[in-house]
Design a protein. Structure first.
Length: 260
């Protein structure tokens, strides 16, 4: 593959770049053979030159690099000394990569100190902001749902729920006061019919056939007649014995076989 127009072809004795001591110089479009290169470790920062890989991309069976090199001592420095293969293979097939560094300091002057490289950030800037905002939104949503659940959950008073007999007694007493409306009259009938339906095991019976089925049972038929005679009589008064009247309308405890 022919080299790109901005790529560098390296000759054996070519000086790729020139810079003063301590000043980084870019070396872009450098095409090199072999597997991928990366900077060699220099924990003590004692090497006379350092290199940073700014960008790398495949180029056929080669790689194209954008480098940034910095000389810390005057003279010619070969970047091969500070580059290694990512896969650990040899760099013997690389051509010389020469950087010439000039210095205006007098001979014997202490070398420029090499700054430590900062480790790359794993998550920062815009990505970190989005993560924190998302986390705050989730926490707020959880708190909102918890508060709403508390608001709509009625407090537990410990009182036992009303039985059908309790509800029926309250409605019958209200009817005796002359304040029972049409909907409450329907509620009285519903409570009596529902109690007998469960007592006789008629849960699956068609509602249109329920009345006829209940009237086939003598006890249920007597209770329904007693209810209709009182509920629909003009000016119905509250029974003298409210408890006894309610007991007449509702079934007694079921026998062992579950039928009346």
């Amino acid at each position: 593959m022919p080299p790109e127009p901005d790529s560098k072809e390296i000759m054996a004795t070519e000086i790729m770049a020139t810079a003063t001591v301590g000043r980084p110089v870019p070396i872009d479009g450098l095409i090199l053979p072999g597997s991928r290169l990366e900077p060699a470790a220099d924990p003590g920062r004692t090497a006379p030159v350092s290199v940073r890989v700014v960008a790398v991309a495949p180029h056929g069976n080669l790689f194209r690099y954008d480098l940034e090199a910095t000389g810390w001592e005057g003279g010619d420095h070969d970047l091969r000394a500070v580059l290694v293969r990512a896969d650990g293979t040899t760099t013997d097939d690389l051509p010389p990569l020469l950087l010439r560094t000039t210095s205006s300091l007098p001979a014997g002057f202490p070398r420029v100190s090499v700054p430590a490289l900062e480790p790359p950030q794993q998550l920062g800037g815009y990505g970190q902001t989005l993560f924190l905002l998302g986390l705050a939104w989730l926490v707020g949503l959880a708190l909102l749902l918890r508060l709403r659940r508390r608001a709509i959950t009625p407090p537990h008073t410990g009182a036992a729920p009303l039985t059908p007999a309790d509800e029926l007694a309250a409605l019958v007493a209200k009817a005796g006061a002359g304040s029972l409306d049409r909907g409450e009259k329907a509620a009285v009938e519903r409570l009596v019919y529902e109690a007998w339906r469960k007592r006789l095991g008629l849960d699956q019976t068609d509602p249109r056939q329920l009345v006829a089925a209940l009237r086939e049972e003598p006890a249920a038929a007597a209770a329904l007649e007693r209810l209709e005679g009182w509920l629909h009589a003009p000016g119905a008064a509250a029974p003298a014995d409210l408890g006894a009247f309610v007991a007449e309308l509702l079934p007694s405890q079921p026998p062992a076989d579950g039928r009346g």
